[in-house]
Design a protein around this ligand. Structure first.
Ligand code: SF4
Length: 411
């Protein structure tokens, strides 16, 4: 190893193993749910999971599974299977991978456990509505649709009343399927744990304000799994408390995720799951650290609307005003705030053909970032799970050119 490589060697994060162990236990429990008399609900990534936890239903996330399929470089195979069934190549690659895997079986965890019910919240996109309808027919199980109107400009009383009413319907749906009453005291405890976990996740992400940053967005993509899948549980709170301690320790010791961090960047959109390491290495070779991203911060961005002492009422607003359910102007305000908060030198946008709601406004956002902060930006194109869509040589050329601009500005 050369001196340069040695200087750039990345120190391993101790929490990574613990996180893998927790996720393994979680999937084993989900897969043995039927033997243990438990029910399984498939739920969308932005869906209100806390009532499921309060009812002892195991939540399973096809999108988290899609991420694992992508990271295992199996996305192309499953997406292709869905395409042979007539699904368009332009469809979200999470949906294509999930539909393909349901039929073929296998995958990184041997497929998902059969659902007893599906919970679809359309706060992330419209794709999930059709996707979950298809899966409800395929598995012949009930589907609950939690409808969150798009917030073009703020939040209104009519929306608040409409969404709040659906929480009651959601509870009735769960009571009917689980054959037991909803326990409001248990819900209160789950809500408190959910808010606590989100605060800890925000604190973990904020350790990236240190120079050098102890973590990159590529680490955040990995450590995100628990705040997505098991919000509202003690194990999640305990894990993020430990992760925060590890990050703070690294920051205090001056250990950077990119050891010679000279440039700090902000990532926009979902990860390109099958090229995480490649992208991490490509930017690190320029001493650039992607210190923050708009994706993982979405699982704590609603804290300002959440009230742990009135969780059920406040979650109506929290789940409606999530990042993908707001207008571009509000997105721009969030991104500008992140640029200042993490003190970044440039903006890397993943134009993700899978995810239209995330990608459609990006050119407006790019112009606003240039106008308001004068920051250079670059765009990488792909589908986040379908590895047939990515060109390493094109991405490498763009990263090199972009980093030249960043370096020139910092001279
Ligand atoms: S279109 Fe976007 S938000 Fe919708 S499921 Fe796919 S990746 Fe998620």
């Amino acid at each position: 190893m050369s001196d340069i490589d040695a200087g750039r060697e990345k120190k391993k994060l101790m929490s990574a193993k613990k996180m893998r162990d927790i996720m393994t236990t979680y999937y084993i429990e989900a897969k043995s749910a039927e033997q243990n008399g438990k029910k399984v609900a498939w739920i969308t990534s932005g869906g209100p999971v806390e009532p499921l936890i309060a009812m002892d239903v195991i939540p399973v996330y096809p999108e988290n599974h899609g991420a694992m399929i992508g990271a295992s470089k199996m996305g192309g195979e499953f997406c292709e299977k869905a395409e042979t069934l007539g699904y368009s190549i332009d469809l979200c690659s999470y949906a294509r991978a999930d539909i393909g895997c349901s039929i073929v079986g296998g995958g990184p965890v041997g497929g998902l456990p059969r659902p007893d019910m599906l919970i679809c919240c359309n706060n992330i996109c419209g794709t999930v509505m059709k996707w979950y309808e298809i899966q409800a027919r395929y598995y012949d199980v009930p589907l609950f649709i939690f409808d969150t109107p798009f917030c073009h400009a703020g939040y209104h009383d009519e929306v608040k009343t409409y969404v709040r009413r659906q929480i009651d319907e959601y509870i009735l749906f769960l009571e009917g399927l689980c054959g037991k009453s909803f326990d409001l005291d248990r819900m209160e405890e789950v809500g408190r744990l959910s808010v606590e976990a989100q605060k800890l996740w925000q604190a973990v992400l904020d350790t990236a304000r240190n120079r050098p940053s102890p973590m990159t967005c590529f680490d955040a993509f990995f450590f995100l799994a628990l705040i997505v899948t098991l919000r509202g549980t003690q194990v999640t709170v305990d894990f993020y408390r430990e992760l925060l301690a590890e990050m703070e320790e690294r920051a205090a010791a001056g250990i950077g995720a990119v050891p010679r961090e000279r440039y700090r960047l902000l990532w926009d959109n979902l990860p390109i799951w099958y090229r995480i390491k490649w992208l991490s290495d490509a930017f690190a070779s320029h001493d650039a650290s992607l210190v923050a991203d708009t994706y993982t911060s979405a699982w704590c961005g609603q804290l300002k609307y959440m009230d742990e002492n009135n969780f059920l009422d406040s979650m109506a607003e929290g789940y409606t005003r999530i990042y993908l359910n707001i207008g571009v102007d509000e997105m721009i305000a969030i991104i500008l705030e992140m640029i200042d908060r993490y003190d970044v030198d440039g903006f890397v946008m993943h134009s993700n053909r899978s995810c239209k709601p995330y990608s459609l406004g990006q050119y407006d956002i790019q112009r606003a970032v240039q106008r308001e902060r004068g920051l250079p930006s670059m765009i990488i194109e792909s589908h986040m799970v379908d590895d047939r869509s990515f060109s390493e040589s094109q991405a490498e050329t763009r990263i090199d050119a972009f980093m030249e601009v960043i370096k020139e500005r910092k001279k």
